[in-house]
Design a protein around this ligand. Structure first.
Ligand code: NAD
Length: 321
């Protein structure tokens, strides 16, 4: 049977078409486990070969290491720049948060140098719940608009964990100013609360990227890194679900990828990958979904195991009154 091409999905009103699976390059920061340069370059090459055209990073990941590694991987592809889509972020750094116009403007120049690019496709304010949302609206986004006019970035995005940050910002900026939102850990088997926000986001015309379908490692056989912010109860429920899948000869990560991919209002599901093997497994999960149905029986069992913890999240950012 012929293997179908990876699906391309439109990203809001941007005109971009993103592969349904995007490449999250945070593991290139070697924060949880070391990733060699050769593994990083080979993973990017394999991802592109298999149809992934969207790559996401940030200066925060591994204190700029992820951007540098991704830059090397993209350069090694040796293909025209318009064949891949790159997003990076601003405002969050090893030193802390700074969403000032001055810092984010400097940030794009630094990121472009590390990525060895002339422009990025999407430039996102990184984890805005840690800053003043009014500063994001009144200072950061206007600064990003200037970068857009200067041709350094094509589209503007915001990212973060709490879902109400998106409505706060989108209700206060001129229409069409924010092109993209990146939400994470809210469209996976254990937490699907992003679903309720999708109709609103669609009315705003923004592109929707959902990151961390494996709940930052909770929905993997290996389990999450030590510093994962989930409660002990959520961690052990996910561990039980992974053990259940293993016992039945199933793979929880594949199940989780397929769950996240099934909603076509989400343009790209961004998964962090650190090896050729993970790239191949995640792309196979998608192409298999195009040929066969989701494994409903295993999904129902896993959902039952996770039910007591369904939609449980964790605090992120500074509290606003
Ligand atoms: P994830 O849920 O994608 O999980 C990634 C983890 O699972 C990594 O440890 C990876 O090595 C492992 N993994 C990947 N494929 C696997 C497979 N097939 N089998 C077993 N393990 C597998 O979480 P993430 O990496 O944190 O998120 C994905 C990407 O989304 C990030 O790399 C980043 O680009 C983006 N992101 C952005 C934000 C933000 O902007 N605030 C937050 C989270 C994630």
């Amino acid at each position: 049977m012929a293997v179908p091409n990876l699906e391309l999905r439109p990203l809001g009103n941007t005109g971009l078409k993103l592969s349904s699976v995007g490449f999250g390059a945070s593991p290139f920061g070697s924060v949880s486990r070391p990733v060699s340069e050769s593994d990083a370059v080979a993973s990017v090459r394999e991802a592109f070969r298999l149809g992934i055209n969207f790559f996401d990073t940030s200066p925060y990941y591994g204190a700029t290491l992820s951007e540098k590694m991704l830059g090397k991987g993209l350069k090694a592809l040796g293909v025209p720049r318009n064949e891949y889509i790159v997003s990076t972020k601003c405002g969050r750094y090893r030193e802390g948060f700074d969403f000032s116009a001055e810092r984010v403007t400097k940030s794009i120049h630094e990121s472009l140098e590390r990525l060895q690019l002339d422009y990025v496709d999407i430039f996102q304010c990184h984890d805005i719940e840690f800053g003043s949302l009014d500063q994001i609206v009144n200072e950061t986004i206007p600064a990003l608009r200037k970068l857009k006019e200067a041709g350094k970035i094509r589209f503007i995005g915001v990212t973060g964990l709490p879902l109400d940050i998106f409505t706060y910002v989108l209700d206060r900026v001129p229409p069409g100013t924010v092109d993209v939102i990146l939400s994470y850990c809210h469209y996976s088997i254990n937490d699907s609360t992003l679903e309720d926000l999708l109709p609103y986001l669609k009315t705003k015309g923004v592109g929707i990227i959902s990151a961390a379908p494996l709940a930052m490692g909770l929905l993997t056989e290996l389990g999450p890194p030590e510093r994962h912010p989930a409660s002990p109860e959520l961690k052990s429920a996910c561990q039980a679900a992974a053990a259940y899948c293993k016992e039945k000869g199933k793979n929880i990560s594949k199940l989780a990828m397929q769950f996240s991919l099934s909603n076509k209002d989400i343009s790209s599901v961004l998964v962090g990958m650190n090896s050729v093997k993970q790239v191949e497994e995640n792309v196979a999960a998608v192409t298999e979904l195009a040929l066969f149905e989701q494994d409903w029986e295993t999904l129902a069992q896993v959902e039952a195991i996770l039910k007591p913890m369904k939609n449980q999240t964790w605090p992120s950012g500074i509290r606003r009154s």
